[in-house]
Write a protein that binds this ligand. Structure first.
Ligand code: SF4
Length: 295
């Protein structure tokens, strides 16, 4: 059986960079705390835990003193940096440089909006760490919207600076921006309330949907590897299913079944942005074993 791993699947640059930083520290120190899970993948987290990584939440961080701690790629609000300083924590900031830059832009826009009496609006998931980190740049004043209905909280008569969490769907962001424009125009006949829409969706993510659809359509059977809790995995698997009904979701090699490949000539292995490459390789190897033993 011809088995191919999708070259575009797996960790984005920001997550890969954070893992490398954690591994370097673990090599040197043997132990490291991480604020939140470094990656939304159980198998990868277990691998890092075996090397000495411990995930802690914000309330556990309050009790941490003089210990090595890593901030993951999603970024943190200013309050986490203040706490790290207060508790003499040795901090490694693995915030993705793209998120860091976005945090700076949100902060700058917030200062400008303060002067003009406007509002900073963030299209994102209010409980997602990146969005919490972005909102933190505005002293908690930014309005977070996750659907068009949430725009009721935005005053259409005042200027707006609109941002998106880097991992949101570009089509949905466009819809939110369009709905906001409509509301602001309806409010003033001239439609001239200042409104800036910042293009802040990460290119590492926005290109994945068309690429994974193309990959899924070009194989007889698709095995998608992802974490059961990962929202990105659900969305990307849905895309595979749409173009290839012979698509299967697994969290690891042990779930692959030989009967999926009966009569198939090719299999493709792909995954989410949180799926480690080694896990996709294990799955590909399992497919080869199952299909070769039948041949
Ligand atoms: S999705 Fe983009 S912005 Fe977010 S961590 Fe990955 S590379 Fe950075």
């Amino acid at each position: 059986m011809d088995v191919t791993i999708d070259p575009s699947s797996g960790f984005c640059f920001g997550v890969r960079r954070a893992i490398e930083q954690a591994e370097d520290l673990l090599d040197r120190e043997g132990k490291l705390f991480c604020l939140g899970d470094l990656v939304h993948n159980k198998s990868e987290m277990e691998r890092l835990e075996r090397r000495g990584l411990t995930s802690i939440d914000h309330s556990a961080m309050k009790k941490l003193r003089e210990a090595p701690l890593l901030f993951r790629a999603h970024g943190e609000p200013p309050s986490s940096y203040e706490l790290a300083g207060k508790n003499s924590i040795t901090l490694t900031d693995a915030t993705c440089p793209i998120v860091k830059k976005l945090q700076e832009r949100v902060r700058k826009a917030w200062m400008e909006m303060k002067e003009s009496g406007g509002q900073v609006v963030i299209f994102g998931n209010p409980v997602h760490p990146e969005t919490i980190g972005l909102r933190g740049q505005t002293g908690g004043e930014a309005i977070v919207v996750s659907a068009a209905g949430d725009l009721d909280a935005v005053d259409p008569s005042l200027p707006v600076a609109l941002f998106s969490q880097t991992t949101k769907n570009p089509v949905e962001y466009k819809q939110i921006a369009g709905e906001l424009r409509k509301r602001m125009k309806q409010h003033l006949a001239s439609g001239e309330v200042p409104r800036k829409v910042y293009n802040t969706i990460c290119g590492q993510i926005s290109g994945r949907t068309p690429r994974i659809r193309e990959f899924a359509a070009s194989h007889d059977v698709i095995v998608f590897v992802g974490g059961s809790q990962s929202s990105n995995a659900k969305v990307l698997f849905g895309q595979c299913r749409e173009v290839n009904p012979g698509s299967w979701f697994v969290t690891g090699a042990g779930e692959v079944a030989g009967e999926w490949f009966e009569g198939a000539g090719s299999a493709g292995v792909c995954g989410a942005t949180s799926t480690p490459r080694w896990l996709m390789e294990e799955v590909a190897e399992k497919i080869r074993q199952l299909t070769n033993s039948r041949a």
